[in-house]
Design a protein around this ligand. Structure first.
Ligand SMILES: *Cc1c(COP(=O)(O)O)cnc(C)c1O
Length: 221
């Protein structure tokens, strides 16, 4: 498994407008450094404990993405340094992030996760829950979070057409939300969708940010 070659191969196939988050969960600091030395600066982790253990040992110019399901009681461990939280899936969690970001004297960027998959195991807002929150007065008062866009995960299936239609659904919702609630705000600009198995489809359907683990680092564990 040559990480540098995997990255070069991957980057050859994607346009420069698409941001790459290297998903380093379950991989050691040495392995992460191989991707770092190949020029990558955006890394994604899905467990708070693991992220908190790794980040002090790695270069300061790494941008850390939290991509997992974040529990409210763990926000405080990452609020000081995280660059983008991808999986914000409830108003309660967003309010918690706002509170901890304020204490850390920061504005933390967040993506709102939408449940697009046909699986109960995946988290996220429904489109109606999302609109309801965005119209809530309390939402408008949050000052220490910046909504940078939406995130979603397609169903884990070999049915490419199903995956494509889930990504299309998310892209349409993204366009609607951007126009309706974030008009004129350039901060709302990311659509995080696509993983090792489905990123080419995600990019065709409008992804701006892909989260890739296996295709860079090989199988986990
Ligand atoms: C693990 C994970 C990824 C990366 O998955 P691969 O299939 O290894 O590319 C992307 N997004 C989320 C939310 C993940 O948990």
């Amino acid at each position: 498994m040559n990480i540098k070659e995997n990255i070069q191969e991957l980057r050859k196939g994607i346009s420069e407008n698409v941001k790459l988050v290297c998903v380093s969960k379950f991989h050691s600091e040495d392995i992460i450094m191989e991707a770092y030395d190949a020029g990558e600066r955006n890394f994604g982790e899905s467990r708070v404990q693991e992220l908190v253990a790794k980040y002090p040992n790695l270069p300061e110019d790494i941008q850390w993405h939290f991509i997992g399901h974040l529990q409210t009681n763990k926000i405080k461990y990452i609020a000081k340094f995280v660059s983008l939280i991808h999986g914000v899936d409830s108003f309660r969690l967003l309010k918690g992030i706002d509170r901890h970001a304020k204490r850390a004297d920061r504005v933390v960027k967040c993506l709102l996760q939408v449940r697009i998959a046909d699986e109960d195991t995946k988290y996220g807002f429904t489109p109606d829950e999302l609109r309801e929150m965005l119209e809530d007065k309390e939402f408008l008062e949050l000052e220490n979070v910046e909504i940078a866009g939406l995130m979603g995960m397609a169903t884990f299936t070999d049915d490419k057409e199903q995956v494509r239609s889930e990504f299309q659904f998310l892209k349409r919702l993204y366009d609607e939300i951007k126009e309706k609630y974030f008009a004129g705000k350039s901060s709302f600009q990311e659509l995080s969708m696509g993983m090792s198995d489905d990123y080419p489809i995600a990019i065709e359907e409008g992804s701006t940010m892909i989260r890739i683990g296996t295709a860079i680092f090989g199988k986990r564990g």
